[in-house]
Write a protein that binds this ligand. Structure first.
Ligand code: HEC
Length: 143
């Protein structure tokens, strides 16, 4: 009984631990929120592309629009470095390599704009290009 209760408690605590890792500095919160939006909508498109969720052209189009908006919002959200935030994953190279960083944000927006939401096949092709732009930026600018 006790072991089962402990296991249940651990399951409840796991998401709390994940939340505790969120940044506390306002600038870091703002940029993390933009990236969360990017992540959320990429996941929606990716799961549809993989057939994990049923293809839904309207939902795909909505996720694409949200992704484009988040990509467009990224440069402004990252512009001010702000105070050091211990859990922020943003590398200081963002602000020393600002032009390259914003060019990579533009690559993300352009890739998102290019996603064909008319079919699951279109999504699969678009997601391949899109995920390349995530990696290109994260490998240089994210801890
Ligand atoms: C222009 C650069 C850039 C591009 C392009 C980019 N990211 Fe990020 N991403 C970052 C940086 C930098 C961070 C760390 C931000 C921080 O911790 O302050 C990050 C963080 C994240 C996070 C963590 C957010 C959190 O704190 O919970 C997710 C999820 C994420 N990115 C998803 C994506 C996905 C998916 C793509 C591609 C579709 C993508 N990103 C494209 C720069 C980028």
């Amino acid at each position: 009984m006790k072991a089962a209760r402990t296991a249940a408690l651990l399951l409840i605590l796991a998401p709390v631990a994940a939340l505790a890792a969120d940044p506390t500095q306002p600038e870091a919160i703002a940029r993390a929120n933009v990236m969360k939006e990017v992540g959320k909508n990429t996941k929606i498109l990716g799961e549809m592309a993989q057939g994990k969720t049923a293809f839904d052209a309207a939902a795909a189009e909505a996720a694409k629009a949200a992704l484009i908006a988040a990509a467009a919002a990224a440069p402004a959200a990252f512009e001010v470095q702000g105070a050091e935030d211990p859990v922020s994953e943003a590398r200081p190279e963002i602000w020393t390599g600002w032009e390259d960083f914003t060019a990579k944000a533009t690559d993300l927006r352009v890739a998102a704009e290019g996603v064909d939401t008319a079919s699951a096949d279109g999504l699969r092709t678009g997601m391949a290009t899109l995920s390349g732009t995530c990696k290109a930026c994260h490998s240089v600018y994210r801890e």
